[in-house]
Ligand binder design. Structure first.
Ligand code: DMJ
Length: 665
C-alpha cells in the first residue's frame, strides 16, 4: 500500500514537473497535425506571342537601371494581393526578345526558334543525353572515387575532407567521409528507372557507409545531402506502389531509416547550449560541437532543416527532430525586422544579433524561404504558410524592383535585389546564381508570371556565358564572381516552369543548358566546375548536387512519362532535389499513430508495423534507448528528479530534457 502511494506521488510530481516545464519553458511541441493541403497549383499555359521586344538585362542608361531606385510605396500592393497569371503579351516574342537581348532580331525569329513544337524524337534525344550525363558522372565516381565523397573529374580521383586544413570550409563543410556522392545520387537512380543499380547502391550504402567519423561537417549540408537522400530512398523502397519499377530491397529492415536516425542524432548537439535555439553551424560527427565553434550561422543553414527533420520525426514517431528544427525556424523568424519584416543573412546564435544584415533571395537565405512553403506543403502546419506569406509580402515590398508586370509597362523588368534588412536600402548591385531557384518556388505558389520573368533574366545570363557566374553585377552587366560549380537552380526553375506552363520554350532552354554543360564542363572522367565562366577554365571538382539535382531536373524536364509526373502520387522536391511523396502519412496525426504500438499506415493507407525503437541499431539515440537504458533512465529520473542540481542541469539543457520525455511518453 505504502509503495503504491509513493509511486503515485512520484508520478504526480513528475507529471506536475512536466506540466510546469511545458507551460513555462515551452518545451512541448505546439503542433497541430490536422491541416489539409489546400494549395492549388495555378498551372497555366503560356499565351500566344505578341507585343514589343523588351530590353534584355535592363536599361543601363545614363542614370542606370531603375533597379537602383527604391520601390515606389504601394507599387507591390497589387502583386501582394494576388499573383498575376500570364496574360496576353506575356512571354511571347517580347519575352524571348527580352531573354535573348533584343538585339534587333524580329519577333518572328524568336517565334521560330522558341515557340516551335519540340518534336518527340528531339525530346527523347535530350532525355537520353541527360541520362547519359548522369551515367557518365556516376560511373566515373564509382570507378575512380568511391568510397570517397566526391569525384575529381579531371584527374580521375576521389576526394574526401581536407584533414590538412580544417579551415577549408568549402570542402570540409560538405565532405564527411561518408561516400557523399553515392548517397546523394540514390533517388536519381530510381527516377531514371535503373532498379538494378539502385538496389546495388542502396546495399553498398547500407554495408559501407558509417557516420561514426571524426568529421566536422555543416549541419545544413549533412541534412540536405545525406539525411534527405536516405529518407527519400527509404520511402522509395518501402512504397507499396513501386512506381519507378522494382526498387525493393530483399530483407530490407529499415536500414536507411536507421542510418538517417543515427546521422540526425549526431547532428543534435548543434541544438544544445544555444541561447536562442538557433543551432551551431557545424558539428563533429563523433564528438559534437567543436570547442572552438563559431557562434555565427547563416539563416538558410540554421532555418532550412525542418523538411528532413520533420520527415524523420514523423517516420520514427519521435518529435525531437522536428521540434528542434521548428524551434530554430521560429527563433529566426522572431528576429526579423519590425519595420520591413525581412531577415538578415548571418546571425549570432547566442545573442540573436544580426551579423549580416543583407536580405536577399540568394546565398544565406534562399532555402529558408523555400522550406517555409515546403514544410507547409508536406506537413500542413498553418503557421509555416503564414510565415511564408508574410515573408513573401516583405520580399515583394522591399526586394522587388522594376516594373510591376513582367512584360508590359514602363521601366526595367522586375528584379529582386539585396537590401539592408532594417532600412530596405539597396546594399549592392549583384545577384547570385543561387537565387535562380526562386522562380521554381514562385511556381509552387502560383505566381507564374513573376516566375517567368525572373527565370528569363537568369536564362539571359546563361545565354551570355553558357553558364551562370556565381555573382552577376546587374549594374555593370558583368560577372562579379566567375565560377560555376554545376549548380542546378536554373534547371530546377526551368523544369518547374515547364510543368506549370507546358510551353516548349522551357524545353529549348533545357536543351541549351544541356548542350553548354556538355560543351564546357565535360572532361575525361565526369563534369567539372567552371573556374571562370568567360575563359571556361576548370576546377577539378564535381559536387554531389550535380548528380542529385542538375542531372535529375534535366532528365525529368524531357521525360514526360516519368512516374514523378504520371504515377498519380504528388511529389515534392527537397532543396537538394530529393523526392518526397506528399501524402497524408506525413500530415495526419503522426504522433498518435506512431506512439501507439499498432504502428502506422503506408502511403496507400495499409497498416504497417511501426519501426520499433529498440530495433534501431544506432547509437546515442533519443528513441532507441534499449530496455536496460530505459529502466536506468526511469530510475535515474525518479531518484534524481527532485535533486536541485539535477533539475538545474536539465533546465539548462532543454533539448536533453525533451529527449527524456520522449523516452517515457
Ligand atoms: C544544393 O546543395 C542545394 O540546392 C542547396 O539548397 C543550395 N546549394 C546547392 C546547389 O547549388
Amino acid at each position: 500500500m505504502q509503495w503504491r502511494a509513493l509511486v503515485l506521488g512520484l508520478v504526480l510530481l513528475r507529471l506536475g514537473l512536466h506540466g510546469v516545464l511545458w507551460l513555462v519553458f515551452g518545451l512541448g511541441p505546439s503542433m497541430g497535425f490536422y491541416q489539409r493541403f489546400p494549395l492549388s497549383f495555378g498551372f497555366q499555359r503560356l499565351r500566344a506571342p505578341d507585343g514589343p521586344v523588351s530590353p534584355a538585362l535592363g536599361s543601363a542608361g545614363p542614370s542606370g537601371p531603375s533597379w537602383l531606385q527604391p520601390p515606389v510605396p504601394g507599387a507591390a500592393a497589387g502583386r501582394r494581393r494576388a499573383p498575376r497569371r500570364p496574360g496576353p503579351g506575356m512571354c511571347g516574342p517580347a519575352h524571348w526578345g527580352y531573354v535573348l537581348g533584343g538585339r534587333g532580331r524580329g519577333p518572328d525569329e524568336y517565334e521560330k526558334r522558341y515557340s516551335g513544337a519540340f518534336p518527340p524524337q528531339l525530346r527523347a534525344q535530350m532525355r537520353d543525353l541527360a541520362r547519359g550525363m548522369f551515367v557518365f558522372g556516376y560511373d566515373n565516381y564509382m570507378a575512380h572515387a568511391f568510397p570517397q565523397d566526391e569525384l575529381n573529374p579531371i584527374h580521375c580521383r576521389g576526394r574526401g575532407p581536407d584533414r590538412g586544413d580544417p579551415s577549408n570550409l568549402n570542402i570540409n563543410d560538405v565532405l564527411g567521409n561518408y561516400s557523399l556522392t553515392l548517397v546523394d545520387a540514390l533517388d536519381t537512380l530510381a527516377i531514371m528507372g535503373n532498379s538494378s543499380e539502385f538496389q546495388k547502391a542502396v546495399k553498398l550504402v547500407i554495408n559501407t557507409v558509417s557516420f561514426d567519423k571524426d568529421s566536422t561537417v555543416q549541419v545544413f549540408e549533412a541534412t540536405i545531402r545525406v539525411l534527405g537522400s536516405l529518407l527519400s530512398a527509404h520511402r522509395i523502397i518501402t512504397d507499396s506502389k513501386q512506381p519507378f519499377g522494382d526498387m525493393t530491397i530483399k530483407d530490407y529492415d529499415n536500414e536507411l531509416l536507421h542510418m538517417a536516425h543515427d546521422l540526425a542524432v549526431r547532428l543534435l548537439p548543434a541544438f544544445e547550449n544555444t541561447k536562442t535555439g538557433i543551432p551551431y553551424p557545424r558539428v563533429n560527427l563523433k564528438t559534437g560541437v567543436p570547442p572552438d565553434s563559431n557562434n555565427e550561422t547563416c539563416t538558410a543553414g540554421a532555418g532550412s532543416l525542418l523538411v528532413e527533420f520533420g520527415i524523420l520525426s514523423r517516420l520514427l514517431g519521435d518529435s525531437t527532430f522536428e521540434w528542434v528544427a521548428r524551434r530554430a525556424v521560429k527563433a529566426l523568424w522572431n528576429l526579423r525586422s519590425n519595420d520591413t519584416g525581412l531577415l538578415g543573412n548571418v546571425v549570432n546564435i547566442q545573442t540573436g544579433h544580426w551579423v549580416g544584415k543583407q536580405s536577399g533571395l540568394g546565398a544565406g537565405l534562399d532555402s529558408f524561404y523555400e522550406y517555409l512553403l515546403k514544410s507547409y506543403i508536406l506537413f500542413g502546419e498553418k503557421e509555416d504558410l503564414e510565415m511564408f506569406n508574410a515573408a513573401y509580402r516583405s520580399i515583394q515590398n522591399y526586394l522587388r524592383r522594376g516594373r510591376e508586370a513582367c512584360n508590359e509597362g514602363e521601366g526595367d523588368p522586375p528584379l529582386y535585389v539585396n537590401v539592408n534588412m532594417f532600412s530596405g536600402q539597396l546594399m549592392n548591385t549583384w545577384i547570385d546564381s543561387l537565387q535562380a531557384f526562386f522562380p521554381g518556388l514562385q511556381v509552387l505558389i502560383g505566381d507564374v508570371e513573376d516566375a517567368i520573368c525572373l527565370h528569363a533574366f537568369y536564362y539571359a545570363i546563361w545565354k551570355r556565358y553558357g553558364a551562370l557566374p556565381e555573382r552577376y553585377n546587374w549594374q555593370l552587366q558583368a560577372p562579379d564572381v566567375l565560377f560555376y560549380p554545376l549548380r542546378p537552380e536554373l534547371v530546377e526553375s526551368t523544369y518547374l516552369l515547364y510543368q506549370a506552363t507546358k510551353n516548349p520554350f522551357y524545353l529549348h532552354v533545357g536543351m541549351d543548358i544541356l548542350q553548354s554543360l556538355e560543351k564546357y564542363t565535360k572532361v575525361k572522367c565526369g563534369y567539372a566546375t567552371l573556374h571562370h565562366v568567360i575563359d571556361k577554365s576548370k576546377e577539378d571538382r564535381m559536387e554531389s548536387f550535380f548528380l542529385s539535382e542538375t542531372c535529375k531536373y534535366l532528365y525529368l524536364l524531357f521525360d514526360e512519362e516519368n512516374p514523378v509526373h504520371k504515377s498519380g502520387t504528388k511529389y515534392m522536391f527537397t532543396t537538394e532535389g530529393h523526392i518526397v511523396s506528399v501524402d497524408k502519412h506525413l500530415r495526419e496525426s503522426p504522433w498518435k499513430e506512431f506512439f501507439s504500438e499498432d504502428g502506422g499506415q503506408d502511403q496507400e493507407g495499409k497498416s504497417v508495423p511501426r519501426p520499433k525503437s529498440p530495433e534501431l541499431k544506432v547509437i546515442n539515440s533519443s528513441s532507441n534507448v534499449s530496455g536496460f537504458l530505459q529502466r536506468w533512465f526511469l530510475f535515474f529520473f525518479f531518484s534524481e528528479a527532485f535533486s536541485l542540481s539535477t533539475l538545474s542541469y536539465l533546465l539548462n539543457r532543454k533539448f536533453s530534457l525533451r529527449i527524456y520525455f520522449n523516452c517515457f511518453l
